[in-house]
Design a protein around this ligand. Structure first.
Ligand code: AMP
Length: 406
């Protein structure tokens, strides 16, 4: 392989996030985002990272993903290399749903594309957008290895006891209804980085990872392999999130339909977009919720308490699933930044060997760090996630292996 540069693409229905990394030293060369694709006021924001140059922003119509990637390529070409450059080793695509089938990052060919397409019924919001990004990138660079890195892959090691819902097996199998889990790239990266922080190999430690962003999920990782995670068939299950309800009695849905007269789509929107923190108090940004709590706002306090109550239940549940726990790791926007959330989630769990040192917890930083007292039996850590680096690492490892074996 002549080049070590990998472009990571995360394609949404009207957006493309990207990063260009040099895998010889895992450095970031550029990052950016195209938003509002298909509108008159599409926006491209590009930041050259290796030169420390200023971000550039451009607003105007970007009709589709093809135009978006061409615009990204032009920006990249200005300060490092465009999509057409022979210096590019591979493109790594984030793909949300890989079902049971994709347990590993996979080099994309027509068969792989067809399988990702087959999974659209279980990921109607995400897989079509991911596919559009892949198809566009392949059309622009048909010669280049392109790799799909699946959000679900890390969770495919879950035992059947954790992955199956207790419903009729035949119905479940016919409709591929099971617990898949998401945020897997982050859970993989953070559980490994937490082992590194403890000076151990991932195979030697049991970790509870709490990925708390606008979407939120927990996972129980035994010796580097996921044994349970809080998201299920879709990212709706589990923790209280920015706009998603997380766990609820499924009969709430029947009740809203029968008694509330709501349609399936209305309930879908309610539970995915108007619930969680925003449904409880009108805000989904933890900074704003904490500000309101500090001012004595009762609604914000209740939203915070419900969020913490659910989080604590998952910590307890995964402690029981794992039997012994070496570390609890907080990550993503809330987990990395909200000291109050970390403090409240761990408070009262001393009997489980869990504690937070207030001074360490207050320290800010972008490196993995311990926030538990030196005497604690179980480490509590803040481990910034890096999904782009993980996607680039997995992509580069796979492409490198293929080149060697050819
Ligand atoms: P993510 O989805 O990982 O990008 O996380 C986004 C969320 O992180 C936002 O909605 C905020 O609630 C939260 N967040 C970001 N910065 C902070 C901060 N300094 N304090 C508390 N929460 C934060």
């Amino acid at each position: 392989m002549t080049s070590s540069r990998v472009l990571v693409l995360n394609s949404g229905s009207s957006s493309v996030k990207y990063q260009l990394l040099d895998m010889s030293d895992s450095s970031r060369l550029a990052a950016g985002l195209v938003e509002r694709i298909g509108e008159e006021t599409s926006r491209l924001r590009h930041t050259p990272l290796h030169t420390g140059g200023e971000s550039r922003e451009w607003t105007g119509p970007i009709a589709d993903h093809d135009a978006a990637l061409k615009a990204v390529s032009a920006e990249l070409a200005k300060d490092c290399l465009g999509l057409d450059s022979p210096e590019l080793a591979a493109i790594g695509h984030r793909v949300v749903h890989g079902g049971k089938h994709f347990t590993q990052p996979t080099v994309i060919d027509d068969t792989v594309l067809a399988e990702i397409e087959r999974l659209i019924p279980v990921a109607p919001l995400h897989n079509p957008a991911n596919l559009t990004g892949i198809r566009t990138a392949r059309a622009l660079r048909p010669d280049l290895p392109q790799v799909a890195v699946f959000d679900t892959a890390f969770h495919t090691t879950m035992p059947e006891s954790a992955a199956r819902y207790a419903i009729d097996v035949e119905t479940a199998d016919r409709h591929r209804v099971r617990r898949y889990g998401f945020h897997g790239t982050s859970h993989a990266y953070v559980s490994r980085a937490t082992a590194g922080l403890l000076g151990k190999d991932p195979s030697e430690v049991n970790v509870i990872v709490l990925h708390l962003g606008n979407g939120a999920s927990a996972s129980a990782v035994r010796g580097g392999r996921c044994v349970d995670t809080s998201m299920g068939l879709t990212p709706l299950e589990g923790l209280v999130m920015g706009t998603r309800s997380g766990d609820l009695d499924p009969a709430v849905i029947f009740h809203l339909a029968r008694v509330g007269g709501m349609s399936t789509d209305e309930i879908d929107t309610l539970l995915n977009k108007k619930s969680g923190l925003i449904g409880l108090c009108g805000d989904n940004d933890m900074r704003e919720i904490r500000r309101r709590v500090d001012e004595g706002d009762e609604q914000a306090q209740l939203a915070f308490d419900i969020y913490i109550h659910r989080l604590k239940k998952y910590i307890g549940a995964y402690y029981a699933v794992l039997g012994t726990v070496d570390a609890v790791a907080f990550t993503a926007g809330v987990g990395e930044n909200a000291a109050a959330v970390r403090q409240a989630a761990i408070a009262g769990l001393e009997e489980l060997g869990l504690a937070v040192d207030d001074e360490l917890n207050a320290v800010r930083g972008d490196r993995p760090r311990l926030i538990s007292p030196g005497t604690a039996r179980v480490a509590v850590a803040v481990v910034p996630t890096d999904e782009e680096l993980e996607i680039a690492t997995q992509t580069y490892a796979l492409v490198g292996k293929n080149v060697k074996s050819n």
